[in-house]
Design a protein around this ligand. Structure first.
Ligand code: NAD
Ligand code: DAU
Length: 340
């Protein structure tokens, strides 16, 4: 019998790339993409795999206990890779409650279902934001032993879910791993996040909002390097362990935006410094030694990855133009009208 892998959030950015990666790499697995299709989820990205016999889609809410319990009993999944979440920090500042429901309660519902069905491995996809922020000293990094000190409602909800995953390992011996990755970028990144927001606005000759002075630092990782890391942790990760994922690609936000503008041959006059994000974390930077020792190595530098990503957005304008012309406009108005 083929092994069954449940991927939650597989209609979103990273989960979507992971689903495609797994369907193509492992014909011997059956991949089940479970997603509620919130504003961040769309299935058009899967048109190349939707007819593959090892791909299945299930529309469901991870916080719907009955539905999730029934599904696990019915399908008897072997593995769970859990991406589904509310993922945008700015939205968590506007409305924290849905972050508590989806990210904490939803994770706990999945853990209960996994426990009741003796799954082989539960990989919880978390974030470096649970560690809080670093100062600008370039010799300091987040390790797996850095204490959790989340600063936004988003990162607090992710840290809470991490604690719940840890508790199910310690208390019930559920076979888990937690991965904590730095900022991803690449194909199908939803255009509310800095890189796709910048590419889409620059291509439309619109101003690009940079929060504060643009000196905040993020550690950028191409989404396919993240997918390879999760694949490795799923198969080789030591049960109960946490693995940080990042590729030493630190850039200030201003550097990132200028790189995109210059690659597209547009004017830096498009940059507009706007009111800062509340509680804006200064710097994230990952020490990936533990994962490297497991056998992971990123394949993209920031330079190769951002060039490929910009080209992807040029080649796939229909995908993102359709998103930004819909309900996204209401969000943009709410988030930015007082900033510009
Ligand atoms: P995303 O917002 O692009 O996608 C989230 C997906 O989850 C969407 O398809 C959405 O429909 C689905 N979803 C939301 N609520 C749901 C619910 N109640 N039930 C079922 N599905 C639901 O997010 P992303 O950027 O792809 O992030 C995926 C995961 O990776 C998240 O857990 C996030 O915390 C984590 N992460 C993201 C990054 C990053 O840079 N984007 C970095 C590290 C970790
Ligand atoms: O570090 C991992 C995290 O990376 C993930 O856990 C989150 O799900 C993901 O959204 C991302 O969080 P960030 O807050 O770092 O990403 P975002 O793209 O929103 O912002 C990146 C940086 O750019 C941050 O310093 C804020 C800044 N920014 C963002 C937006 C949307 C701007 O200056 N202007 C903007 O309009």
């Amino acid at each position: 019998m083929k092994k069954k892998i449940l991927v939650t959030g597989g209609a979103g950015f990273i989960g979507g790339n992971f689903v495609q990666f797994m369907v193509n790499k492992y014909p011997e697995y059956e991949i089940f993409n479970l997603d509620l299709l919130t504003y961040a989820g769309d299935l058009t990205k899967h048109k190349d795999i939707e007819l593959e016999s090892n791909y299945h889609f299930i529309k469901a809410d991870i916080s719907d206990r009955k539905r999730i319990t029934d599904l696990f009993e019915q399908e008897k999944f072997d593995y769970v890779v859990h991406f589904a979440a509310e993922s945008h920090v700015d939205r968590s500042i506007i409305n924290p409650e849905i972050f508590v429901i989806t990210n904490i309660l939803g994770t706990q519902v999945l853990l209960d279902a996994a426990k009741a069905n003796n799954i082989t491995k539960f990989v919880h996809v978390s974030t470096d934001e649970v560690y809080g922020e670093l100062d600008f000293d370039p010799t300091t990094f987040f390790t797996e032993n850095t204490p959790l000190q989340p600063n936004s409602p988003y990162s607090a909800s992710k840290a809470s879910s991490d604690f719940m995953v840890r508790a199910y390992y310690e208390t019930f011996k559920l076979p888990v791993n937690i991965t904590r990755c730095s900022n991803n970028y690449g194909p199908f990144h939803f255009p509310e996040k800095l890189i796709p927001l910048t590419i889409s606005r620059v291509l439309n000759n619109q101003k690009v909002p940079i929060y504060g002075n643009g000196k905040n630092i993020r550690d950028w990782l191409h989404v396919l390097d993240h997918c390879a890391a999760i694949d490795l942790v799923l198969h080789k990760g030591v049960v109960g362990e946490v693995y940080n994922v990042g590729g030493h690609n630190e850039r200030t936000n201003l550097e990132v935006v200028k790189t995109i503008i210059n690659t597209l041959g547009k004017s830096e006059d498009l940059i507009e410094f706007v009111e800062d994000r509340l509680g804006h974390d200064k710097r994230y930077a990952i020490d990936p030694t533990k994962l490297e020792n497991l056998g992971w190595k990123p394949t993209y530098t920031f330079e190769t990855g951002i060039a490929q990503t910009i080209q992807w957005y040029l080649d796939n304008q229909e995908w993102w133009q359709q998103i930004i012309s819909g309900e996204y406009q209401e969000y943009f108005e709410m988030q930015y009208s007082k900033k510009f």
